[in-house]
Design a protein around this ligand. Structure first.
Ligand code: PLP
Length: 405
């Protein structure tokens, strides 16, 4: 039996929705995108959303909007995908990397607090695996660091503090701490990349919460910045005799065409059921592996105030607690030989050439390294049928029982 890691879940209605756009006479950003972004804003309960070509563009637009650049520092965790940090380099600011907590995949607010300096302009936190970060202690840390905050433009002055940006590439549809994903950070970036829960092949969105004091200014900026800085979109030019336009600043090209928005909008109609199916698979895996010395990252629970939280069920992170790096890799190889594709989330950033070249050393991030050595990600997607789920968990159990004897 073959079990791919994360194939896209494309149904007949998705194909029809894309074909309808292809036949409509308008295929780039237009009315379908408008419908999709309004639906996303409503789904996440946020102040507004802009559709983009990626989550990376979403994070970058938040930084650009805030005017963060050379001389500024942005704090990011070491245990994440490169895009959480590369965007900081893209705007010319300094990446300040923090380790995660021992035995965990996330940095604490205390650790972030210790990394804040008078140059810190933003903190990027990652909703890893689709679990929302509890932002309350991070806002507290930001509040306490107020005397260190030195705004360098009017927008930063209006915000009045360090910005909290969520890399929500994994977390569309997650809930927690009385919120939906998108409502916790000042800004949240979602990814609709091909391997994500909800996909547009390539794509993403930036959303911002109603409490963001800059919320009425983001849309205007992002619209311009992602369409060359041009004062009118292609559709606006087509729909009026007023062909003339201006370019207000040398912007970028990061918009989402309607062909892709149609796929996203179609998937959003059944997204709650997709999340529910993911949780079924997560529960099944966790139950099957319960007798082994492994730790699965939890995807639901209850917070300190008794409120339940539920992830988007994006990734099944499993820590093979008693196995080392070589054995972890052997497990992945054996699973592959049995037709099952696994993965690792993540190789910590300081182990990658780009970040080593920037001077980061993995020895300074021992907790991230330890988490990496034990971690394996099992296939989790909504294309898996019950037989495949059983095959994955029984095969993993068999191999691990042997290796862990
Ligand atoms: C944690 C995290 N952040 C950001 C991204 C980037 O998303 P995109 O490919 O949509 O730019 C990814 C993509 O895999 C991711 O896993």
């Amino acid at each position: 039996m073959k079990v791919p890691f994360s194939p896209p879940d494309i149904r007949e209605q998705d194909i029809e929705a894309v074909v309808e756009v292809l036949r409509s006479g308008w295929i780039t950003s237009g009315p379908v995108g408008e419908k999709f972004r309004e639906a996303l804003t409503e789904f996440s309960g946020t102040a507004g959303t802009m559709l983009l070509n990626s989550a990376t563009a979403g994070l970058k637009n938040a930084l650009r909007f805030l005017g963060i650049g050379p001389g500024d520092e942005v704090i990011v965790p070491a245990y994440t995908y490169t895009a959480s940090a590369s965007v900081v380099a893209h705007v010319g600011a300094k990446i300040v990397m923090v380790d995660v907590e021992p035995g965990d995949y996330f940095p604490s607010a205390q650790r972030i607090r210790a990394a804040i300096t008078q140059n810190t302009k933003a903190i990027i936190l990652v909703d890893l695996a689709g679990r929302m970060v509890d932002t309350a202690p991070f806002y507290e840390a930001i509040e306490d660091a107020q005397p260190l905050f030195h705004p360098s433009n009017a927008l930063q002055e209006t915000l009045g503090r360090i910005a909290l940006i969520i890399d929500g590439a994994h977390s569309l549809g997650a809930t927690g701490y009385g919120m939906h994903s998108g409502q916790a950070g000042d800004f949240t970036a979602f990814s609709f990349h091909a391997v994500k829960n909800l996909t547009t092949a390539e794509g993403g969105a930036l959303t911002w919460r109603t409490e963001n004091p800059l919320s009425d200014q983001v849309e205007h900026f992002v619209k311009l910045n992602t369409l060359h800085g041009q004062s009118k979109s292609a559709l606006e030019k087509t729909n009026s005799a007023g062909w003339e336009y201006d370019v207000l600043f040398p912007g970028y090209k990061e918009n989402m065409p309607d062909t892709l928005a149609a796929l996203g909008y179609s998937q959003l109609q059944r997204y709650p059921q997709m999340i529910a199916r993911r949780h079924q698979i997560i529960d099944s895996y966790t139950q099957a592996l319960a007798d082994l010395p492994v730790t699965a990252l939890a995807h639901s629970g209850t917070d300190a105030q008794g409120r339940s939280w539920n992830s988007s069920g994006h990734l099944y992170l499993l820590s093979l607690d008693t196995l080392g790096l070589a054995e972890r890799n052997q497990f992945i190889e054996e699973m592959f030989n049995r037709g099952i594709s696994c993965n690792v989330h993540y190789k910590p950033l300081p182990m990658l050439t780009a970040y080593r070249d920037l001077g980061f050393k993995i020895d300074d991030f021992p907790n991230a390294y330890e988490a990496y050595c034990h971690e394996v990600t099992l296939p989790l997607n909504t294309v898996l049928d019950d037989k495949q789920v059983e095959y994955v968990q029984e095969t993993a159990k068999e191999i691990l029982s042997r290796m862990m004897k």
